[in-house]
Write a protein that binds this ligand. Structure first.
Ligand SMILES: *Cc1c(COP(=O)(O)O)cnc(C)c1O
Length: 400
């Protein structure tokens, strides 16, 4: 710090020592706020190898990026203000007018909206393959315009598994890049970049932040995608606040034990649900009877707390009664926090190209960190309401 002798109070209030050299050592990094970065030398101003502006992220964001790069086995990790922004930022970085994307039909719905909306306006086309399509079927769809294959495994809402290593290998041979939405695995249960995928995206809003109170996204990349993402991030101005980066880092510290507990409890709830008479099927690749189980077992080290159930055919009113009767499962979007959630999904399935023909209504369930027996009790209470057979306030409900 330069010596600066000031006589006026107004000047001293502005130029008082920021105290950076006096930072004590704590287990977490400082939450370093700052738009301007003060540079020591004249030549630093245009030194592109240095951090010269706060928008690109300071100590807190850099600490988080390093941790996430390590988690995803990546060369570099980029932060975005939401999971959706990580998806739209990555696709914008990799695609140009005239290019085509092949996406699995089970992509997160807002991903499809971006492909159909903004990217279509910019001259990028998208086609969708069946979520269970194998590498040969996807290869047959590739044209000279195909630039990116977008994967999500297990897929949103319907939880189909993809043979990611085989698809990534095929894509490399064909000169096509692969991107995966890896949110379900939290970057822990599956390492896509080890299997030849170019970019692994996560909504950190889910398990990494883990407390339903922060929006953030990650694109972790290996090889030539790194340069494209770096340029695009810089040109576009994606930034996350140091406070949010700190919360994401705090979430990371407990990610493994939380995820392990979510997974254990989810398998118990999923197994129980599969024995209930009102349930037609449980959509969870961790269950032996699931069509994606073999791929999951080969590639994944566990399950998270998120899976689906298809009820036996039943009216909308009955499902409404069931969902509203639950007291521990909140009704709401998102997942990956400490609390249990339930979401009716059928309206979202209508957007799919290949159509979904389920026997009955599809509900998505997130198993939180509550005692698992309490959660099972809550669900049994809800299922009882499907037939209107439960006794409430001492009165027998009419059977629907
Ligand atoms: C929630 C979610 C996203 C989007 O994340 P936000 O942080 O909410 O923008 C993307 N992909 C999947 C699979 C998700 O579940």
């Amino acid at each position: 710090m330069k010596e600066c002798v000031n006589t006026h109070e107004s000047t001293r209030l502005i130029h008082g020592d920021a105290g950076c050299e006096r930072l004590q050592r704590t287990p977490g990094p400082p939450v370093q706020r700052g738009s301007t970065v003060l540079l020591d030398r004249y030549d630093d101003v245009y030194d592109t190898s240095m951090v010269t502006y706060g928008r690109v992220g300071l100590t807190t964001q850099r600490t988080l990026r390093d941790a996430l790069r390590d988690l995803e086995h990546a060369d570099e990790a980029f932060l975005y203000p939401s999971g959706l922004a990580a998806i739209t930022g990555t696709l914008s970085a990799l695609l140009s007018s005239g290019d085509e994307v092949l996406a699995c039909d089970s992509v997160y719905n807002p991903t499809r909206r971006f492909l159909q909306g903004t990217l279509a306006r910019f001259g990028v086309t998208a086609r969708y393959f069946e979520p269970s399509a194998d590498a040969a079927a996807i290869r047959a769809m590739i044209t000279p315009a195909t630039r990116v294959i977008f994967l999500e495994s297990p897929g949103s809402l319907t939880f189909e598994m993809q043979d990611v290593p085989a698809i990534a290998r095929m894509a490399r041979e064909m000169g096509v890049m692969t991107v995966i939405d890896n949110t379900w695995s939290a970057g822990v249960l599956f390492k896509p970049l080890d299997h030849g995928v170019d970019v692994s995206i996560q909504s950190l809003t889910k398990y990494v932040c883990g407390h339903s109170d922060v929006f953030m996204g990650l694109a972790a990349a290996k090889g030539k995608a790194v340069k494209l993402l770096a340029a695009s991030s810089y040109e576009t101005g994606w930034a996350v606040s140091p406070d949010d980066a700190y919360l994401a880092l705090r979430g990371l510290r407990t990610l493994l034990p939380r995820l392990s507990q979510h997974g254990k409890a989810a398998l118990k709830v999923a197994r129980w649900l599969s024995t209930q008479p009102e349930v037609h099927a449980v959509l969870c690749p961790g269950l032996e009877q699931d069509p994606g189980h073999a791929i999951w077992k080969r590639d994944f080290s566990g399950v998270c707390g998120l899976f689906g159930i298809v009820l036996k055919p039943v009216g909308n009113d009955a499902v409404k009664r069931m969902v509203e009767a639950l007291s521990l499962f909140g009704l709401g979007y998102s997942w990956g926090g400490f609390e249990s959630l339930i979401l009716p999904c059928d309206p979202q399935l209508a957007a799919r190209t290949h159509g979904v023909r389920n026997a009955g209504p599809l509900l998505r369930i997130h198993v939180g960190l509550e005692a698992v027996d309490d959660l099972i009790g809550d669900l049994r209470h809800g299922l009882d309401r499907l037939t209107g057979a439960s006794v409430e306030n001492g009165q027998m409900e009419a059977v629907a």
